[in-house]
Design a protein around this ligand. Structure first.
Ligand SMILES: Cc1cc2nc3c(=O)[nH]c(=O)nc-3n(C[C@H](O)[C@H](O)[C@H](O)COP(=O)(O)O)c2cc1C
Length: 205
């Protein structure tokens, strides 16, 4: 089958890409609005953008069905654009998977996904946006780029502080993948655990 993405509808491109680009790690992004309201939502269009400077990237899709922009983008965008210019990437894991999925449900602006999901907003260390208390890893970021891609926006932030739960990282900064229990997103409502790993030894490693 040969497919020209220009010739198929956007929802079919979406189905194809979320079925093929798998598994996708999930950033549970917590933010705060200019008037101090906390927000949290999951994003699987998410990756590391750079490690010098340490930067993370995620993409916020087009507007909600009512035409308004997603609260995460509203809050994470630069202050001159009406945002706070900060966000926290909390790594999604098995221990709060159901609550994470609840934060993805579309609520009206001003309704708290923290209340809706039962997740706990706790103060971050160096930024105003809260982190998720249930997450074992949280990257506190200051927004450095907001790049429009069609109706979507790629948001990149530089990591200013990292919270890692005690016992998860050894003295050589190696993360215990079993303890982290990160999850990833497949298509539709499907997710994966990260317990089925295998090793490939290459020269020098
Ligand atoms: C696991 C998961 C991954 C998601 N990934 C994305 C994504 O990468 N980009 C996006 O725009 N929405 C994504 N969503 C949908 C948003 O989380 C959803 O639109 C949410 O309501 C946005 O909340 P906000 O308005 O508080 O920012 C995802 C939802 C789930 C459950």
């Amino acid at each position: 089958m040969e497919i020209d993405p220009q010739r198929i509808a956007a929802d079919l491109c979406y189905k194809l890409v979320i079925g093929c680009v798998v598994p996708r790690p999930i950033a549970v992004v917590s933010t705060v609005s200019v008037d101090g309201f906390p927000n949290v939502a999951p994003f699987s269009y998410f990756t590391v953008a750079s490690h010098t400077p340490l930067s993370l990237a995620f993409t916020v899709g087009g507007p909600k069905s009512d035409g308004s922009i997603k609260d995460t983008l509203r809050n994470a965008r630069f202050t001159q654009d009406g945002g706070v210019g900060e966000f926290v990437v909390n790594i999604a894991d098995e221990s709060y998977a159901d609550a994470m999925a609840k934060t993805g449900e579309s609520l009206a602006h001003g309704e708290s996904e923290f209340d809706h999901s039962g997740l706990t907003a706790i103060p971050s260390t160096v930024i105003k946006a809260p982190r998720v208390g249930e997450a074992s890893v949280a990257f506190e970021c200051v927004t450095t780029h907001v790049i429009p891609i069609g109706a979507a926006n790629l948001v990149i932030g530089e990591v200013k502080h990292i919270y890692v739960r005690d016992g998860l990282v050894d003295d050589r900064y190696r993360v215990d993948a079993e303890k982290l229990g990160a999850i990833g997103r497949m298509a539709g409502n499907d997710y994966v655990r990260t317990r089925d790993r295998f090793e490939i030894r290459t020269l020098g490693r």
